[in-house]
Write a protein that binds this ligand. Structure first.
Ligand code: SAM
Length: 206
């Protein structure tokens, strides 16, 4: 069963900032510089939508954005954001069920994949891969485990909390990097945050 962040929509941003300070925001803002002007962008799992305002600070106009969120409450908050004059289409559906032939210049997955089991990641990744143009950019920010005990403890606490509150399906972090390798993506740029618990990467589709 897919997760539902409706139960945390009202306090998600405050809670994440309490735990991670600015790291979740800066790790995503780092990626936004790679969005080309006048491009088409698919955002999957954008949460409360603050990322739309950050995008508008860099590109106040010219972008065509499709914003897909499974949580109706997260989506409703996102719809109130100032997106500049970028053209934004909001979709309240699981990204893997969005049936469209549209292909994009850029795909953004901001802390989406950590919600998934390996099996769901396979399906969602394959789906998003089809939505990206050859040579297109995939901007991915997520957690990674680099062998430190505090990372495991923090991750386990997060999974327990969001499993109870939002019903997220996984209890372990799936191997995100291996999917990009499998599909032949080239790593263009990458930066870590919050120790090295968060990694933001710009990939290019072959
Ligand atoms: C961990 S939160 C991150 C939110 C936001 N990107 C941020 O960093 O503040 C994951 C988000 O992905 C959404 N989500 C989870 N599974 C999804 C799916 N299959 N399709 C679309 N959105 C999904 C959740 O509703 C939630 O808003």
């Amino acid at each position: 069963m897919p997760s539902n962040y409706d139960n945390s929509a009202g306090f998600y941003d405050r809670l994440s900032r309490m735990v991670y300070g600015k790291a979740l925001v800066t790790s995503q803002v780092y990626l936004l510089q790679f969005i080309p002007a006048n491009s088409s962008v698919l955002i999957a799992g954008g949460g409360t939508g603050w990322i739309l305002e950050e995008i508008a600070k860099i590109h106040p106009t010219g972008l065509t954005i499709t914003y897909v969120e499974i949580s109706a409450k997260m989506l409703a908050l996102s719809q109130q954001r100032n997106c500049g004059t970028n053209k934004v289409t909001f979709v309240n559906q699981p990204i893997e069920e969005v049936d469209s032939a549209t292909v994009y210049d850029v795909v953004i997955t901001p802390f989406l994949f950590d919600n998934f089991t390996e099996q769901t990641l396979d399906a969602v990744f394959a789906h998003l891969h089809q939505r990206l143009k050859p040579g297109g950019l995939w901007l991915c920010a997520d957690f990674q485990l680099t062998g430190k005990l505090w990372q495991r403890v923090l991750l386990k606490s997060m999974y327990t909390f969001f499993r109870i509150l939002c019903g997220i399906e996984t209890t372990t972090m799936p191997d995100i990097e291996s999917r990009f390798t499998k599909y032949g993506y080239k790593k263009i740029a990458s930066k870590t945050f919050f120790g090295d618990f968060i990694i933001s990467t710009e990939y290019q589709k072959p």
